[in-house]
Design a protein around this ligand. Structure first.
Ligand SMILES: Cc1cc2nc3c(=O)[nH]c(=O)nc-3n(C[C@H](O)[C@H](O)[C@H](O)COP(=O)(O)OP(=O)(O)OC[C@H]3O[C@@H](n4cnc5c(N)ncnc54)[C@H](O)[C@@H]3O)c2cc1C
Length: 394
């Protein structure tokens, strides 16, 4: 037996969703405990998202000590490359907004430092197994710490910000898998390499051979991806085979090569949980939905979820008003499905499905031309990529 910890909001997961939620709640005078199964070092070194919407960056910039503007780089456009030509989508010219390249782990370093400096109860190495009493006004979570000792937290509200393999989701939907789901017949082979950037902005390239993305990390390290079989073994290709594939997929661009320091295969899934809340338990971020990375929406969507949830919890816990929390899931879902559509659209427009016919290929080129040759098409892409306004967050 152990004495339960007590707090107002128990947050499972110290990823972008959980940490940002604790920050916003603290601003509303609401206490929270954040627990994560990983160590601080692991969280601060895992390479994931890179492209942040303007609204996400504006919010991160307000966090004390944030380096988003000093270390991050503003990107005013992307290139869509197909049929031997590149076409720039000029974000500020079309929608007056930009995106920022700021690696997720750098944003997490900022958030962790700021939360700890503010006295946040943030505990690493704690794995939550189960939610207790989800239907009551005193829900809780139970799990174990790094030594195997039991941990229990009682709260007024429990939030699962515990990523795509969420345990908290079980208390909300009744299972690990309860949701709308789509699997794609391809994955991304991703590399990190030590080289100068090959381009100033991201290049999304559709080629007869398959998709590739040329992305950046810093002046000396670059991130690049190419479409591959979901079962591909990341160690099966030599470095020169990787560079040959990338060069074939991005014709007309000279790639700056360098030692490959990391390689991985990233499977694609679209998922939205059937339910986002049950009583006083809610799921946010990747616990509630996942998107293929083509539209760079996952972390940004997690941010949008928690902005709305923080406001609803402020009303509930500070004013006893249940109206916002009752409407929270429906409001969050509106943006979630727009982002699902955008991510699916970018993915299907740019990748080659294994059974594609000549008709499919020519239709895809027609679709890409419809986008780049029309101001309306370019504007839709720019609007969705840079992020719909977060005005509803209030
Ligand atoms: C290669 C790649 C590129 C991407 N690029 C972009 C991009 O450019 N832009 C973008 O917006 N998004 C991008 N994403 C998506 C983005 O990384 C995720 O959507 C984002 O991490 C979601 O944040 P989260 O806080 O919901 O979940 P996570 O970041 O997954 O955090 C969940 C946390 O919960 C912890 N946890 C899990 N289970 C438990 C448990 N039982 N008990 C305690 N703790 C637990 C985990 O250790 C983890 O720290 C990319 C993802 C990948 C993989």
């Amino acid at each position: 037996m152990t004495t339960p910890l007590r707090t107002q909001v128990a947050i499972v997961g110290a990823g972008p969703a959980g940490l940002l939620l604790s920050h916003l709640l603290a601003g509303a005078g609401i206490d929270s405990i954040v627990v994560d199964q990983r160590s601080r070092e692991e969280i601060e070194t895992t390479i994931r998202a890179g492209i942040l919407e303007q609204g996400t960056v504006d919010l991160l910039a307000e966090i004390p000590g944030s380096r988003v503007h000093s270390v991050g780089t503003r990107h005013d456009g992307i290139e869509l490359r197909f049929d031997g030509h590149g076409h720039r989508i000029d974000f500020p010219g079309l929608v007056g907004r930009s995106v920022w390249l700021y690696p997720q782990h750098e944003a997490l370093k900022d958030l962790i430092a700021a939360r700890l400096a503010a006295g946040q109860d943030l505990r690493f190495g704690i794995t939550i197994d189960e939610v207790l009493d989800a239907d009551s006004s005193r829900p809780g979570v139970v799990g174990v710490d790094a030594t195997g000792a039991p941990v229990e937290i009682e709260a007024d509200f429990v939030v699962g910000a515990d990523g795509s393999r969420s345990n908290v989701r079980v208390a909300v939907t009744g299972s690990h898998t309860g949701g709308y789901f789509r699997e794609y017949p391809f994955a991304w082979f991703g590399i990190l390499c030590e080289a100068a950037p090959s381009a100033d902005e991201l290049i999304y390239s559709n080629s007869p051979d398959g998709f590739a993305l040329i992305s950046q990390r810093s002046k000396t390290v670059q991130r690049m991806y190419f479409q591959c079989d979901p079962e591909a073994d990341p160690d099966a290709l030599s470095d020169s085979e990787i560079w040959d594939t990338l060069k074939r997929r991005v014709p007309g661009t000279t790639l700056t090569e360098g030692p490959i320091i990391k390689r991985d295969v990233l499977r694609f899934r679209s998922f939205v949980a059937h339910e986002l809340r049950r009583g006083r338990v809610a799921i946010v971020g990747d616990a509630a939905h996942t998107v293929p990375p083509t539209g760079a929406k996952g972390m940004n969507l997690a941010v949008a979820d928690v902005i709305l949830l923080a406001r609803a919890l402020d009303s509930l816990l500070n004013h006893g008003d249940e109206s916002l929390i009752d409407g929270w899931a429906d409001r969050a879902r509106q943006r979630i499905w727009k982002a699902q559509h955008f991510s699916w659209w970018m993915t299907s427009m740019l990748h080659t499905v294994p059974e594609a016919t000549e008709f499919d290929r020519l239709r895809q080129l027609g679709e890409l031309r419809s986008v780049v040759e029309s101001e309306a098409g370019r504007t839709y892409l720019a609007e969705a990529y840079t992020g719909w306004p977060l005005a509803s967050a209030g």
